[in-house]
Design a protein around this ligand. Structure first.
Ligand SMILES: [Fe+2]
Ligand SMILES: [Fe+2]
Length: 146
């Protein structure tokens, strides 16, 4: 069993990626920037995927707030477009800043609008969701079999 509920787990991802964005800004050489960019893109891709596969549908069932979900999925899509650009040019600091702005805005929406609703929702088992999110995340983060 995870030690934290789904919202704490997702927010830990948010904090982790925010720290990686900071590290990218102070990185001096291109190799380090490439490594950080790769890490940022992987973290964000996996995070968006587990939200869309597990957390968002559960949130939708519990709250019925389809409008908020639609808005969130649209922001994920916009982030994915920026992620694929960053993957192509990982040393482009301006592009990375654009991704960072988009992600921080989206994270703020989740923290301010979605998570408080999720916490109040009836029938949303946040510990059980954390278990599912964690399991799916480690599956997705694992290196692909040869
Ligand atoms: Fe999200
Ligand atoms: Fe998120």
């Amino acid at each position: 069993m995870p030690q934290q509920d789904a919202l704490a787990l997702l927010d830990a991802d948010h904090n982790k990626v925010a720290a990686l964005f900071q590290q990218y800004k102070t990185a001096h050489d291109d190799n380090r920037k490439r490594l950080l960019a790769q890490q940022i893109c992987q973290e964000l891709t996996v995070h968006a995927q587990i939200e869309e596969e597990i957390f968002y549908p559960a949130f939708g069932r519990a709250t019925g707030d389809q409008q908020l979900l639609q808005h969130s999925r649209k922001e994920h899509q916009e982030a994915r477009e920026l992620i694929s650009k960053v993957e192509n040019t990982p040393t482009d600091a301006r592009l990375m800043l654009e991704l960072e702005d988009a992600v921080l805005h989206h994270v703020n929406d989740e923290r301010e609008k979605m998570f408080p609703q999720a916490r109040k929702a009836q029938g949303l088992d946040l510990m059980q969701l954390a278990t599912q999110l964690e399991a799916r995340k480690s599956e997705l983060m694992a290196p692909h079999p040869a």
